[in-house]
Design a protein around this ligand. Structure first.
Ligand SMILES: Cc1cc2nc3c(=O)[nH]c(=O)nc-3n(C[C@H](O)[C@H](O)[C@H](O)COP(=O)(O)OP(=O)(O)OC[C@H]3O[C@@H](n4cnc5c(N)ncnc54)[C@H](O)[C@@H]3O)c2cc1C
Length: 386
């Protein structure tokens, strides 16, 4: 076990950090606190990040035009992206995993048609699982894909879809038969070619990126757009969750790190009772607890990505990382608000936005409770889901 980054990782993170602090930060600041980054601007940002492997190309193999980065190196850079913009980080998370899904669980035709434009950041992907009546239990998906000759007719509604309003295509989890979990498949629906509508959702936080409802009104999609073998939709979703969950945790870590950085700066500057508040022991206690929580979360997350890089299944480790990181991030951001006193609850100091953003992340890709059920099942051998 080695906790030191390699020279390659250190240089990659340093170079990306310079870009983030000098070029990305001034752009995203213009959209804070709650203005939606336009699709064209989001694509422009992805394109600016391509040289660093952070525009949807990083985790794609060199054979398919990507950089073939290890997940752990990618994660170290993503951590910093989330520190500068949780909104851009979430958009990239979906974009990168969309490209990854095309590469590893798709057919040749879909891969050839969409992957090159994804690795050049010319189009935006989204992933449609959740529905108004289906959240934690993916097996209950109702959105239908009904066979009609050499086409499928897709009908239904998806909700809370990250990148939904931006999306050029959606990888939709659909029901192709009534056999419960075994009746789920994944089909690629192209907005321009086949047509679907979206409506952006106004939310508690992360409003600079799109979360949307998607409406599929008897959309005719060629059978060749079925990305995976019919009936394996749930299995593929669960394998993708293993990778997505530590990345969601890392989004939280980045957001909370930004809050801690602000709290440290404020504690050194703000004076009460004749000295900087950072010289009061209880304030130092809050800062120290936050730093410990963030490091512990990072270690869980980096372990999960290390396992993924070694091709080892990481369902439980990914669940632990997501569960812990997203929960402590709320606490760390909350302490940053507390350290800012009254200023903390205003829009002027930025920590209230980070608190709202952190609060969002305990829900997607399996809530905290769902992660605990996965961990509990591994500990006891007893399945609390059924
Ligand atoms: C920021 C954000 C981005 C998202 N992006 C996407 C996306 O890109 N694509 C997509 O498809 N979805 C996305 N989602 C949706 C997300 O995956 C769901 O919100 C999540 O799975 C929870 O589903 P739900 O909201 O329907 O809550 P529900 O499943 O209705 O859960 C409500 C509450 O009940 C609890 N609960 C449910 N079942 C159990 C149980 N068995 N035991 C104990 N407690 C339980 C939950 O933990 C929760 O507290 C996103 C959500 C958010 C907040």
């Amino acid at each position: 076990m080695n906790f030191l980054p390699t020279d390659e990782q250190r240089l990659a993170v340093e170079g990306f950090n310079r870009f983030l602090d000098t070029r990305l930060e001034p752009i995203v600041r213009r959209y804070q606190p709650d203005k939606l980054i336009e699709k064209e601007r989001m694509l422009e940002i992805f394109q600016m990040m391509l040289p660093y492997g952070m525009g949807g190309n990083g985790l794609i193999s060199e054979a398919n035009g990507g950089l073939g980065m290890p997940w752990l190196t990618y994660a170290m850079m993503y951590d910093n992206l989330a520190r500068v913009s949780g909104d851009v980080a979430i958009s990239l998370l979906i974009q990168q995993l969309g490209a990854y899904s095309l590469e590893v669980c798709s057919n040749d035709a879909m891969r050839q048609k969409y992957l090159p434009r994804m690795v050049r950041a010319e189009i935006i992907a989204c992933s449609g699982i959740s529905e108004p009546g289906v959240g934690s239990n993916v097996a209950e998906v109702t959105c239908r894909a009904k066979a009609d000759g050499d086409h499928f007719i897709v009908s239904g509604e998806k909700t809370w879809i990250s990148n939904g309003h931006y999306s050029d295509f959606c990888m939709v989890i659909v029901r192709t038969s009534d056999e419960g979990a075994r009746g789920l498949s994944m089909i690629l629906v192209d907005r321009q070619e086949h047509g679907y509508e979206s409506r952006n959702i106004d939310k508690l936080g992360l409003n600079s990126t799109s979360t949307a409802q998607l409406f599929f009104d008897n959309v005719r999609v060629p059978a060749g757009n079925m990305m995976i073998q019919a009936g394996t939709g749930l299995k593929n979703t669960l394998v993708l969750f293993e990778k997505a969950r530590p990345m969601v945790g890392l989004t939280s870590v980045g957001i909370a790190q930004a809050a801690l950085n602000k709290a440290v700066a404020y504690a050194k500057e703000r004076r009460q009772h004749g000295k900087p508040i950072g010289q009061h022991q209880l304030i130092q206690g809050m800062l120290a607890d936050s730093a410990i929580q963030l490091d512990a979360a990072r270690l869980l997350i980096y372990r999960a990505f290390n396992l993924i890089d070694h091709g080892v299944r990481s369902e439980v480790e990914s669940a632990m990382a997501k569960c812990y990181a997203t929960e402590i991030a709320v606490d760390v951001a909350s302490k940053a608000v507390q350290i800012h006193g009254g200023n903390g609850i205003t829009k002027d100091f930025g920590v209230e936005l980070l608190f709202r953003n952190a609060r969002m992340m305990t829900i997607p890709d399996g809530t905290t409770e769902i992660q605990k059920l996965i961990i509990g099942r591994a500990l006891t051998g007893l399945n609390a889901f059924s």
